[in-house]
Design a protein around this ligand. Structure first.
Ligand code: CTP
Ligand code: CA
Length: 224
């Protein structure tokens, strides 16, 4: 790949991205999941690849597809699978962007046979999953680490709390209060908050444009 016009600012950089939901098995035929489509993560992956990056895209179950030659898709199912896959690639990455909607809780035991409807109520015991993003924040060296925050109230405050607690360089606040923003749509309304407390609020845009805004922000930060 040639970069005569200097348009490949991420050439030589490895970018690790998570996308989509996770599925947490209850029994052989059922799971706990969420409505994440994976669109945002796949758009970020394409934008990074188009800027010259070598992209590792760790994705939960989605219908999204990409055939970009700079993108290696690593499919996973559960939060625990995603944790293990992400940790294989973090050391050798320069940028990590965790946009997946990871399950916060998973069934404590997975029934080995299909659960039968023999009683009137069913109680599932859930335990917390490992926080992948926080685990990277705890071990990061030179990496530029980006998280997402999905909030419905106290948005800025909650997002800033996550930025600090998880030791991030940047957090993308995703407000579910905005019409047209969120899980299933092609559009998103986001606010970037960096570790110097700069706050950048955007209008409702296509996820393709949000991905490009995000990579521009990251590139300007790593070159600063
Ligand atoms: N995340 C993660 N691993 C988890 C849970 C979340 O890597 N087990 C990441 C998400 O990919 C996202 C960020 O953490 O980048 C914030 O996710 P969010 O659900 O907004 O926040 P939580 O920290 O899970 O807290 P809560 O759901 O209680 O608001
Ligand atoms: Ca969560």
């Amino acid at each position: 790949e040639q970069d005569v016009l200097g348009k490949l600012p991420l050439r030589g950089k490895k970018v690790l991205i998570t996308a989509g939901p996770t599925y947490e098995a209850i029994d052989p035929v059922r799971f706990i999941g969420n409505h994440s489509s994976g669109k945002m993560g796949f758009e970020i992956a394409k934008a990074a690849a188009n800027l010259g990056a070598e992209v590792i895209l760790v994705s939960g179950p989605t219908n999204q597809k990409t055939t970009h030659s700079n993108i290696q898709v690593c499919p996973v199912v559960s939060a625990n699978d995603m944790y293990n896959e992400v940790h294989k690639h973090f050391d050798s990455s320069q940028i990590a962007i965790l946009s997946a909607a990871v399950a916060d809780f998973t069934p404590k035991v997975v029934a080995s046979q299909k659960i039968k409807k023999k009683s009137d109520t069913l109680t599932l015991q859930l335990e917390k999953t490992k926080d992948i993003l926080a685990s990277l924040g705890a071990i990061k060296k030179e990496q530029f680490l980006v998280g997402f925050a999905l909030e419905t109230n106290n948005e800025l405050e909650n997002a800033k709390g996550k930025l600090k607690r998880k030791n991030l360089n940047l957090i993308v606040l995703n407000s579910l209060n905005d019409k047209g923003a969120g899980f299933k749509t092609d559009t998103n309304k986001v606010t970037f908050i960096d570790d110097k407390d700069n706050i950048l609020e955007f209008q409702l845009k296509s996820k393709t444009e949000v991905a490009s805004d995000l990579l521009n922000k990251i590139i300007s930060e790593i070159n600063a």
